[in-house]
Design a binder for this molecule. Structure first.
Ligand code: AMP
Length: 382
């Protein structure tokens, strides 16, 4: 079959890079399709297509060269994924992509499959936003249904009379937004789950996630949650992977309430930032599982090899000329992943650290030390 052993990846960022590196270790080749041209993934891939995503030439090259297509960001247009699928299998399937791109569809589907969520409702005008806030209660959050990430496209609503103005700050009347009751959570957690083409499902252990200014700051594994919470989160991940026909890897993010309820918040149909620790602390990594599944190979039972803390490195840490990475690497247990981005703007993820320890406590002490050596601040006091 043409393209056997070559995986096409839409998107050229750090997730594409880590997918391409994992593919190479398995003896698979990758072709990255990134309209912007060179980026973190292109250095690691075997080939690069820089055409726009709707280019017939790009499609033709892909159709000839690759055995299947996957994607490393979820804002791939569903139409483009469906067009590709006429020629080449696309994993995870476009239907799953479409659910994950729409916060309302995503929560509706999760509820249909028996998961719990916070109270929510779709609204299409300032008046409906106010009614939703009155009925579901405040405080709440209005969110765009698509396109938001890292906390963008959201407005908090503390009094129902504010909901109309919050709606108009996000969108013109007529657009669909989602109003959600704010969860006073005790923790945010996530589960990365893999499913292969024969239907085998393997979730990774639960990660405990700490955000700063809407961006994942660090993840701790195993999450410091009760066994009941962990069991619920893993079960829900399995149910979603099965119910949505996943092939590859996806991540589910949840809120944990003080009374140990697990509420589904959102999902990503790809390897996830809160699963980067799996490269060193699990076997196989989320990227390797993803490549195995999309290539039509069996995924492997997941093993956690060590307690771990994953620390994101943002552009803010590296104003010009202050790259002090060797000093960080001398902290025991620390491993570095650098994405090779030319542009190190504040808020941009430019690398991450995986910090191993004999316990979560030890990994945390080392992670704090590593971050301090970069001149970074440790948030939240975990
Ligand atoms: P999201 O884009 O849905 O992941 O939201 C980004 C962040 O906003 C989450 O990680 C939470 O910290 C917070 N957030 C979003 N929705 C809610 C909610 N319904 N209740 C409480 N916090 C929320």
């Amino acid at each position: 079959m043409p393209g056997d052993g070559t995986i096409g990846i839409l998107g050229g960022g750090q997730l594409g890079r880590m997918m391409a590196l994992a593919a190479r270790a398995l003896g698979l080749s990758t072709v990255i399709w990134e309209p912007g041209g060179a980026g973190p993934a292109s250095e690691a891939a075997d080939d690069l297509i820089a055409e726009p995503f709707d280019s017939p030439l790009g499609l033709e090259i892909f159709a000839k060269r690759v055995q299947c297509v996957t994607y490393e960001f979820e804002n791939v247009s569903v139409e483009a994924a469906e067009a590709l699928q006429k020629w080449i299998p696309v994993f995870p399937p476009p239907e799953l992509l479409s659910v994950s791109q729409h916060r309302l569809r995503e929560k509706d589907r999760a509820r249909e499959l028996g998961l719990k969520t916070t109270a929510y409702r779709g609204v299409t005008s300032p008046e409906e936003a106010q009614t939703a806030a009155e009925r579901l209660g405040v405080p709440g959050i209005l969110k765009t249904v698509s396109g938001g990430y890292d906390g963008k496209g959201q407005q908090r609503v503390s009094r129902s009379e504010e909901a109309g103005a919050a709606y108009l700050r996000l969108a013109p009347t007529g657009a669909t937004l989602i109003y959600e009751r704010l969860v006073s959570f005790s923790q945010e957690i996530s589960v990365v789950v893999a499913r292969d083409q024969s239907g085998t499902i393997e979730p990774y252990p639960v990660a405990e996630n700490h955000h700063h200014q809407g961006i994942l700051d660090y993840s701790i594994v195993p999450a410091r949650v009760s066994d009941t919470v962990a069991a619920q989160a893993l079960h829900q991940a399995r149910v979603m992977a099965e119910g949505l026909g996943l092939v590859g890897v996806m991540a589910l993010e949840y809120f944990v309430t003080p009374d140990d309820q697990v509420l589904f918040n959102e999902m990503a149909p790809r390897p996830h930032n809160s699963g980067h620790w799996t490269i060193e602390a699990a076997a196989p990594s989320q990227f390797s599982q993803h490549m195995r599944a999309v290539a039509g190979w069996p995924i492997a039972p997941v093993r956690l090899l060590s307690p771990v803390v994953m620390v994101n490195l943002l552009g803010d840490l590296f104003p010009a000329g202050t790259l002090n990475l060797p000093d960080v690497l001398s902290v025991e247990g620390v491993q570095l992943h650098w994405y090779g981005k030319k542009d190190m703007r504040p808020g941009r993820k430019v690398g991450h650290l995986t910090v191993l320890g004999s316990s979560v406590g030890e990994a945390l002490v080392r992670a704090r030390e590593a971050k301090a050596r970069l001149g970074g601040v440790w948030h939240d006091g975990a």
